[in-house]
Design a protein around this ligand. Sequence first.
Ligand SMILES: [Zn+2]
Length: 344
Amino acid sequence: MKVRYWKFVVLTVVAGVLACNRDNDSVKAGSAPQNQPAPSQEAALPDLKFPPDNAPPPSIDAERAMKYVKEIVKLGPRPIGSENHKKVENYILDHLKGDDVESDSFVADTVEGKFPVRNILAKFPGSKDGIIVIASHYDTNYPLRNTSFIGANDGASTSALLLEFANQLHGKKLDGYSIWLLWTDAEEAVRNWTETDSVYGARHLAGKWQQDGTAKKIKAFLLTDMIGDADLNVEHEANSTPWLEAVVYEAAKRLGYQSHFYDRYFPIEDDHLPFLRMGIPAADLIDLNYGYNNVFHHTTQDTVDKLSPNSLQIVGSVVLESIRILNNMNPLPPKVNAPSASSH
Ligand SMILES: [Zn+2]
């Protein structure tokens, strides 16, 4: 993920809180709200009852996921329009052989020129009417294309996690909602992050899903970004749908991972926004503190040695547990249509 355009403003406001949190080695320090919704979202949080889940806790093969991270990183920088980008497309597609795979391909017209963009989607059908999407971007930062930036955390870690999810889902009869794994493309800005220079793939696919009626069928959109960090602290992302965030936090609590999930609310612009804008419930699972004060983010220090399979395990199993909770919530909270249906 990226330090977003307007997030600089937020960062300056909360920098003291962040520093305080870190210095005191406590994410609960400072003035951030604790265990309660952000004031602006409080009204939107319905009375939630989470069904019990007595099944054994879910898990993934995190060592295998880490092997995928290393294989992706080995391809080198993978910005849109590059040869290495084609290689990572093929790497993902090779992994999905035998699955129901679709591509959403188009040409993005950007301030740096035209680029082919390809979202990759793998569909795993379930018995229940409706779809849960799990997403990650797989492109790497474009402005850093001529450096050794390899995006081990920012791009590779979550793309690998989704490949591991594919292993978990492959050939299984899902007793719940259908699950679609989505590798989005061109999440990164080509110059400076703005609404029109960012999340090209997500904006295109969201528009397509709105037109063809798919958007109506999607019950939840779970975005993962930068969660391979060995020092894992998932943000309570303030743009996300409050009740879906609550599901994720309930899942983390059930698995005993709550200490890796911040109480602090923090708004982040990411691939989930175009889907949120059309009323799809969405949550962004993201760790914005990648190194002290996020110093590894969008630098050549974003390398595999900063990551841990344990972090992939934590987020991977929290995502799977969240899906189990969603499958048993009858009914899910009603969708709230955002004021603007357009993602532009
Ligand atoms: Zn990024």
